[in-house]
Design a protein around this ligand. Structure first.
Ligand code: HEC
Ligand code: HEC
Length: 323
């Protein structure tokens, strides 16, 4: 049954806007990890919070404003907190996420997503668009990702892609990734109940396949060998591994987990099959998995070197973000 649902999703396809420069939508720093609730008993560090403000024109069409809300929704799915920090405590207010161009004033966010073209930013930059477009511009140390188009329909098309495809996929992929790493931690510690819960949770490992299917219209054209990797991975994660965990068979569970990690590497690094993830992930976002692994004691410090061999050994020893 699962297989049928998964393959049916392959048929869903989205028109892809112009991405300028290529991969700008993948490499944008949408989120970061920060301290939250500093100075209160609820203080935490390494919390996923938005790194952006999402901006629309104050005279913008209501459908475009709603689109900005849609983008904010997926960003909210990805983050764990809005980022309540020292500054907000001082001013006793909540941080903003969605603002109008009039609201930007002298705010200097590190990154800005501008939705639509009827706003002061696009006017100041003197930009125009001929097709549904996602364009990255750097100005005054600010990264600006503009969702543009020649008319309203085109802006909606580009924005739906950013929300429903790109951000939706990122949310699923990163949740899956971090849960997958925590899963290994729980198995190592013999916490089989927690491990089983990670697998069953909708926030857990099952987000990945679903989102990968809608992320890429190319998936439908993937060669059989790649689809075979997906089926193999699904069989481990949804059948073999839950069985080993239920039987509390630690050694078997660890070996199956390693087999599943190898499937990540096959697609991402192009081992035995064509490489389908064609960019290096953003280190500041991706490297959180190392902290999670470390919190389970899976990263050992040898001298002043960190050892990652619990997971990165043999065919999965590649662990550099540089090109
Ligand atoms: C069938 C191939 C395939 C398998 C198997 C696979 N991935 Fe991916 N993964 C992809 C593709 C393709 C992308 C990039 C999609 C795109 O173009 O944005 C990706 C992207 C990601 C990203 C997002 C990177 C970023 O910064 O945008 C994460 C995280 C990720 N995968 C985690 C995993 C993990 C963890 C596993 C193994 C448990 C895994 N993937 C298995 C194909 C795969
Ligand atoms: C608990 C297991 C685990 C540990 C420990 C671990 N990693 Fe990973 N790492 C993974 C998994 C799973 C992936 C595959 C997901 C992906 O490629 O996005 C990965 C992928 C990576 C990548 C991505 C390579 C690429 O281009 O796709 C880098 C870099 C990386 N790890 C660095 C490290 C470093 C450095 C350490 C040690 C400080 C470490 N990892 C420790 C599980 C682990």
């Amino acid at each position: 049954m699962k297989k049928v649902v998964f393959l049916a999703l392959f048929a869903l396809s989205f028109a892809k806007p112009v991405i300028d420069p290529p991969f700008a939508d993948r490499l944008f720093s949408y989120i970061h990890y920060t301290e939250t609730w500093a100075g209160t008993p609820a203080f935490l560090k390494d919390v996923t919070t938005p790194n952006v403000l999402i901006l629309y024109g104050s005279k913008e069409d209501p459908e475009i404003v709603a689109l900005a809300g849609r983008i904010a929704y997926y960003l909210g799915q990805w983050t764990e907190d809005i980022g309540f920090g020292v500054e907000e405590i001082r001013q006793s207010r909540m941080p903003e996420l969605l603002i109008s161009d009039a609201g930007l004033k002298d705010k200097k966010p590190k990154a800005l997503i501008v939705v639509g073209v009827n706003n002061q930013i696009v006017k100041d930059l003197g930009l125009s668009f001929e097709k549904p477009t996602i364009r990255l511009i750097k100005r005054d140390d600010m990264e600006i990702l503009i969702v543009g188009g020649a008319d309203k329909q085109q802006v909606l098309e580009a924005g739906r892609y950013l929300a429903d495809v790109r951000l939706n996929f990122k949310v699923g992929a990163y949740r899956t990734f971090f849960s997958f790493v925590a899963l290994r931690g729980h198995i190592e510690k013999g916490e089989f109940d927690a491990a089983a819960r990670v697998i069953k949770s909708p926030m857990g490992v099952s987000a990945c396949g679903k989102n990968m299917a809608i992320a890429s219209p190319m998936v439908a054209q993937w060669p059989e060998e790649l689809k075979a990797i997906v089926r193999y991975r699904n069989n481990i994660l949804y059948s073999e591994l839950p069985k080993a965990i239920e039987e509390k068979d630690k050694e078997k569970a660890i070996n199956l987990w390693k087999e599943a990690m190898l499937t990540c590497y096959k697609c991402h690094q192009g081992i035995e099959v064509p490489q389908v993830r064609k960019f290096k992930p953003v280190e500041s976002i991706h490297s959180k998995h190392q902290l999670i692994a470390e919190s389970f004691g899976l990263v050992k410090t040898v001298g002043n070197q960190k050892s990652c061999i619990a997971c990165h050994a043999g065919p999965t020893n590649i662990r550099g973000y540089g090109n």
